[in-house]
Ligand binder design. Structure first.
Ligand code: PMP
Length: 436
């Protein structure tokens, strides 16, 4: 491979100086493996970035994309549509909890979150409650990086430098507590932390609040699993005070918990669900917001005359090529029973993860379904251990996502027992080192 000029591409969420000093790149991927431009093989321990649930390089998706590009490469969806978008919306609705069946498309999780915010505002305004403009989210939350999602952010680094332009958000506490350390699955304690929502309703006035956003499992902060009963309590409080409950399922959607959505896995029906990532198995950017029938209906009913009911949408909303990639992905999930496979494989996966418990670098382990968080002992520079370990793991042949002093281990649902063992062997080797 020739020398690459690395000056021009400004990498996101990256220290670009460090990266240029020691670039870590992928040139090829197949199954649960990546290859560097030099030909070195790595196992993918994070499904790319929690997108490639069915593994990389799926020919079915490539073929569908190729066919769609030649058949209808593009249409706007402003006053126009393509049959493929209705087909996809129907397929997504079939996977969702009953009653959440109106689907609005975008290209990224961040777009889905900001679209959901605007839908919440439009819904309350349509019902004569336009004063409900405030939102509630949670400490340590990640809801994308557009302005709405930046406002909701509970990972403070993502919000701090942009606070001048964010909207009005009040944060509940996160749900991780010391006594939950090393609890596998849903922690038994902590449901009462949901009462923060009731306190906020009383303090700020429930009639000023439009909705509450939560990731059912907080992913990007390092996998925080909801305590038993916590989401149920949020649902009850949201109902009591007339708030919309939004589950941000950008990571948990499409089988990661072992059910199609975490909503079904935990038995809670929110009002709105945002999704992206595995919608197209990561192959083409696409996201969606799914809302209850009556939410869309209220907004439609309030529209004046022949005007559009929602002045919102993107050039690439329901892009036909993305729709084709999504349908092909949903076909793979269905035909290969991959959500069921995630559920069946989860105990083996979590056993492997919790087998790392006594290693020198490990301070906590959390996990559910096919996602886990490995909390690391911080170095003298808190918040950087994840990146340090991530770089070492790369050189040992394992790709994982780092966040603060943690790494997120969440392989594809097609990972074999043997491949999982190879991945955890690398984790054991690196996390057992005392000198990092
Ligand atoms: N919401 C959640 C819960 C996420 O995990 C992410 C991305 N990790 C987003 C929103 C933003 O998605 P995107 O990066 O596609 O904008």
């Amino acid at each position: 491979m020739g020398v690459i000029n690395m000056e021009h591409h400004w990498l996101p969420f990256t220290n670009n100086r460090l990266f240029r000093e020691e670039p870590q790149m992928f040139a090829r991927a197949e199954g649960v493996r990546y290859w560097t431009p030099e030909g070195d093989e790595l196992l993918d321990g994070s499904s790319g970035l929690f997108c490639c649930a069915a593994g990389h390089g799926r020919r079915e998706i490539a073929d569908a994309v190729h066919k769609q590009l030649l058949e209808l490469d593009y249409t706007t969806h402003f006053q126009r549509a393509a049959p493929v978008s209705f087909e996809l919306a129907t397929r997504v609705a079939e996977l969702l909890p009953k009653g959440i069946d109106r689907i609005f498309f975008g290209s990224s999780g961040s777009e889905a979150v900001d679209s959901a915010i605007k839908i919440c505002l439009a819904y309350h305004r349509a019902r004569g409650q336009g004063q409900r403009t405030r939102f509630v989210s949670r400490a340590w939350a990640y809801h994308g990086v557009n302005l709405g999602g930046t406002s909701l952010a509970g990972m403070v680094n993502n919000r701090r430098d942009f606070s001048g332009v964010t909207c009005d958000v009040v944060h509940m506490r996160h749900t991780w507590t010391e006594e939950q350390r090393f609890s596998k699955g849903q922690p038994e304690t902590g449901a009462e932390l949901a009462d923060d929502l009731e306190d906020i309703c009383k303090t700020y006035g429930a009639d000023t609040i439009a909705g509450v956003f939560v990731e059912p499992i907080a992913g990007s902060v390092g996998t925080i699993v909801p305590p038993q009963g916590y989401l149920q309590r949020l649902r009850e409080i949201a109902d009591k005070y007339g708030l919309l409950l939004i589950f941000d399922e950008v990571i948990t959607g499409f089988g990661r918990t072992g059910s199609a959505f975490a909503a079904q896995e935990f038995g809670i029906t929110p009002d709105i669900i945002t999704m992206a990532k595995a919608l197209t198995n990561g192959a083409v950017p696409m996201s969606a917001v799914a809302v209850k029938t009556e939410i869309q209906q209220a907004i439609i009913d309030a529209a004046e005359g022949d005007r559009p009911e929602l002045f919102h949408g993107y050039t690439y909303s329901a892009h036909p090529v993305a729709c084709a990639a999504a349908i092909a992905s949903l076909d793979i999930y269905r035909d290969h029973g991959l959500f069921e496979r995630a559920k069946a494989f989860s105990p083996t996966f979590l056993d492997q993860v919790f087998g790392l418990r006594n290693l020198a670098q490990v301070s906590d382990l959390r996990g559910y379904g096919m996602i886990s968080g490995i909390q690391l002992k911080p170095s003298d520079k808190p918040g950087l251990k994840g990146s340090i370990v991530q770089r070492i793991l790369f050189n040992e042949g394992l790709h994982v996502k780092a966040t603060g002093d943690a790494i997120i281990f969440a392989p594809a649902f097609v990972t074999t027992e043997d491949e999982l063992e190879q991945m955890t062997a690398i984790l054991r080797k690196v996390l057992g080192r005392a000198d990092i």
